[in-house]
Design a protein around this ligand. Sequence first.
Ligand SMILES: [Zn+2]
Length: 267
Amino acid sequence: MNLVDVHCHLNHELFKDDLDAVLQRARQEGVKRILLSGVNPVANKEVLEFVKKDPALLKASLGIYPIDALGLQLDAVGLPHHPGPIDLDKEFTFFEKNRQKITAIGEVGMDFHWASREETYEQQAENFRRIIRFALKIQKPLVIHSRKAEEECIQILSEEIKNREIPVINHCFSGGKAVISKAAALGHYFSIPPNIVKASNFQTLVKLVDLNQLLTETDSPWLSPIKGQKNEPAFVLKSVEKIAEIKGLTREEVARQIWQNYEKVFG
Ligand SMILES: [Zn+2]
């Protein structure tokens, strides 16, 4: 089986002692592509360095996390921190300079879990629109973070991307049925994390969305399927197995279709 993890953070400090073993377990499980996601200028540079460890397996997705874009700081994230609001134009220049090394733009989007909707909606929406327009300009897929901002993100994406000019991948999407259907009708993809084994909202999503629009991710080290153990790319197999169970297919059939989806979106 060829497996893919389209979203994770292997530059997180939790991997600093066992990264080689983590990558080895992923290879053994059949993982053929792992997209490392950046969240700010410091992390993006780190991601570009990390992928050099195994360029066939590791790919760079450079991002501007909505909270980092605002210059807000979360406590103890474990990822490199960028001080103050992000100068988007400067970061776009950096992305363009590294265009050939970038598989996707993300994670980007909006977040009303860590920032208040009342105080930050306007700024987050403006940042998000600028990032979408930039992705359209350089023709790269967008990996979306939309925590507690699902409807707002899908609305803005529908306004900015009229004719499916670039693929949109909703990472760890936690919206309700109506907004799932809306995004699916727009042709969006959804990447499913391994905690689908216990999270009923992802199970519902998989029931509603065609297999042609599903991908797998881990968001490592977060969203582990195993309590008390950090997540890692090898666990995408858990996502594949659960999708297979829900769709009534074999895991090989699911893995094959998801690999095809991967190639179509990022190939
Ligand atoms: Zn993430």
